[in-house]
Design a protein around this ligand. Sequence first.
Ligand SMILES: C[S@@+](CC[C@H](N)C(=O)[O-])C[C@H]1O[C@@H](n2cnc3c(N)ncnc32)[C@H](O)[C@@H]1O
Length: 230
Amino acid sequence: MDSRGEKDFEKFSKIAVKFYDYITRGTLIKRQNEEIAQFLISKITTGNLLDVGTGPGRLFIEISKLKSDIELYGLDISNSMIEQAQKNLKNKKVNLRVGNIEKTEYEDNFFDIITATGNLFLWDHPQECLEEIRRILKFNGSTYLFETYNDYDEHEYKIALKSTLKKESIPRRILIPYFLNNQLDFTYKKSEIEKIINQTSFKNSYNIDKIKLSGLPIWLKIELKKTNHN
Ligand SMILES: C[S@@+](CC[C@H](N)C(=O)[O-])C[C@H]1O[C@@H](n2cnc3c(N)ncnc32)[C@H](O)[C@@H]1O
């Protein structure tokens, strides 16, 4: 295998990005981002926040609706994604940058909080990416990764998906399950994610919870804490 996915995203065409942007405009992804935004704002209300693999920037739209003085930063490996995010966020103050999280130009200890949704499973060198995240995170800061996982409860998922999709437009009712199921086939098992983290400096300071986003029981919330000891 050439790449787990990041290289495909790096070459994403403008048309593919438009298509991705269309899917993320639906109620399912909006609710997902609202829930993540509310969670992040419950953790910090000032300081620097980085969204890794920000895609079309939908998380920032939801964060901007909540009252906070947070400085927002978004990174994505795809130039076309960042162009789309710039369009979607044109009236908002967000620092967007094209780049791979494996090696960035952010300063050491710069971010109070780092987040990423649906990202780790695409990284070709996840341990290196996590070490880079640790470098740019402040001491006592946390990273929250929201990742789908492969050994979820299929029965529970199917029932929840049916109900969540009722609020979607007809095209998205077809497209979302197609893309989501492909993603779920390809994501790591929870134990594989633990194995990756155990090979990094976060090995003694992480926590993984099974959660629902947008009603779907397919998500892990992975907290990685940077302490003076790791
Ligand atoms: C599945 S999409 C998720 C987008 C967004 N977080 C969301 O929830 O809608 C994954 C995004 O991560 C980006 N990405 C993948 N690997 C990356 C890497 N190594 N560094 C930075 N961005 C990456 C892709 O270009 C893509 O925009």
